[in-house]
Ligand binder design. Structure first.
Ligand code: FAD
Length: 404
């Protein structure tokens, strides 16, 4: 294998090319991305960077010199428009790149509000890329009225930043509760209380009917409960689409994501994929993980498998979110849980929620409780399930759970 081409210069693509070199691969490596920036981390875009507390330089995943030093041909600002699977080459406006092995790390794109309800108005923004943040930065000024659509992590993080900066924040969630897709009711409750206590006007079971504009700029929003609110701008956080269009157009198997086997191989043996864009079978169900953990770990496994390791990918999911003064850390995946055990933390306001499914510990949400996260993660990763009564008892030292 003389030439590896990686499409998508984000978290996963950059981890993959670095791992290839670390594993001793000496062939040609090209990393192509459509953004103008070298690979950078996205999590701070809705947290410290949006708040203005992190310099742009700190977003980059690797020093700029890293790519040249490791003989990685980094091509930015170049969209890949097609894959010639027979001729083994990818197409870009700047020409074709031949490959022996191709890896798709195309990530995901933010779901957009339909134009028919005002999605195309000026002042309607989303948080996916550095470019997005630079568009929204001037809008985040004190006393501005912002409507945030969607009570998932990104919407909630943007709401927290806006409230901290002194904006007047309304957040709507069309489901019965925020974080419904990803967390138990008790975790939703924790974050609802947090936001309300910081002055966010948080409305659940309320969706967007339509946005109203004047001279193409958003001015107001009509909500599904019939109310109308005036706004200066709108942030949408209504989920993502895995970016599988290139793969689908090339005839690769896709199913709301690029379908890969447990080694990271697509339906074409010369094409692999990793990160947000993939869907794979894990613990008996099709699985898509939208996290830094998955982007890096899957990419590193794929890099090894490109070199013949035949190592299956067995994710050990973890995730985090920062909102106001709360750091949420999540270990595991709470799929299929039927019981949640609450454990008060040692510090004031610290608490953790332990998810069990059929008696098995599957995940832990730890709020300002790094010890609970650390112990919970070790237990979940090892497939061990402590007695829920012991977990709930603050007099039982967490460390004894590890011994049990
Ligand atoms: P990406 O990092 O999105 O990279 C994909 C790249 O491919 C992009 O640059 C894209 O433009 C490019 N691309 C796509 N198609 C083409 C094409 N045809 N040609 C060329 N280039 C192409 N995860 C956490 O674990 N914790 C968090 O707290 C957290 N917070 C987040 C906050 C925000 C605001 C966002 C947006 C995401 C957050 N995530 C978080 C998720 C995490 O950032 C993603 O899971 C991760 O970036 C996925 O990595 P990836 O490489 O698969 O995709």
């Amino acid at each position: 294998m003389e030439r590896v081409v990686v499409v998508g210069a984000g978290q996963s693509g950059s981890a993959l090319v670095a791992k290839l070199r670390l594993e001793g691969y000496t062939g040609a490596v090209t990393l192509i991305g459509d953004e103008d920036e070298p690979p950078y981390q996205r999590p701070p875009l809705s947290k410290a960077y949006l708040l203005g507390e992190l310099e742009k330089e700190r977003l980059y995943l690797r020093p700029h010199a890293f790519y040249a030093e490791n003989e990685i041909d980094l091509v930015t600002g170049t969209a890949v428009t097609g894959i010639d699977r027979v001729g083994r080459a990818i197409r870009t406006e700047a020409g074709d790149y031949p490959y022996d092995a191709l890896v798709l790390t195309t990530g995901s794109r933010a779901r957009a509000l339909p134009d028919a309800i005002g999605g195309a108005l000026d002042g309607v923004v989303t948080v996916r890329s550095l470019g997005d943040v630079h568009v929204m930065e001037p809008l985040f000024r004190e006393h501005a009225r912002v409507l945030i659509i969607g009570g998932g992590y990104i919407g909630l993080e943007a709401a927290a930043v806006a409230a901290k900066l002194g904006l007047k924040v309304t957040l709507i969630e069309q489901e019965q509760r925020i974080l419904k897709r990803v967390a138990a009711p008790i975790t939703s409750e924790f974050f609802r209380d947090l936001h309300v206590s910081h002055g966010v006007d948080l409305r659940e079971a309320v969706g967007l009917e339509r946005l109203l504009g004047e001279k193409d700029t958003v001015k107001a929003a009509v909500l599904t409960d019939g109310s109308e609110i005036e706004v200066d701008f709108v942030v949408t956080g209504i989920g993502i689409h895995p970016e599988d269009r290139l793969a689908a157009a090339a005839g690769l198997e896709t199913d709301r994501g690029i379908v890969v086997d447990r080694f990271g191989r697509t339906s074409d043996p010369n094409i692999w994929a990793a990160g947000d864009c993939t869907v794979f079978e894990w613990r008996g169900a099709p699985t898509r993980l939208e996290s830094v953990q998955n982007a890096i770990d899957q990419a590193e496994v794929v890099a090894k498998n490109l070199l013949g390791a035949e190592e299956p990918y067995d994710p050990k999911p973890w995730f985090w979110s920062d909102q106001f003064d709360v750091k949420l850390q999540i270990a595991g995946l709470n799929r299929g849980f039927d019981q949640v055990v609450v454990r008060p933390g040692e510090r004031d306001g610290a608490v953790s929620h332990w998810y069990y499914g059929a008696g098995e510990l599957v995940a832990v949400d730890a709020m300002n409780d790094p010890r609970a996260y650390m112990v919970g993660k070790r237990l979940v990763d090892a497939g061990r399930s402590p007695d829920p009564d012991q977990v709930a008892d603050p007099d039982v030292d967490l460390k004894t759970l590890l011994r049990g």
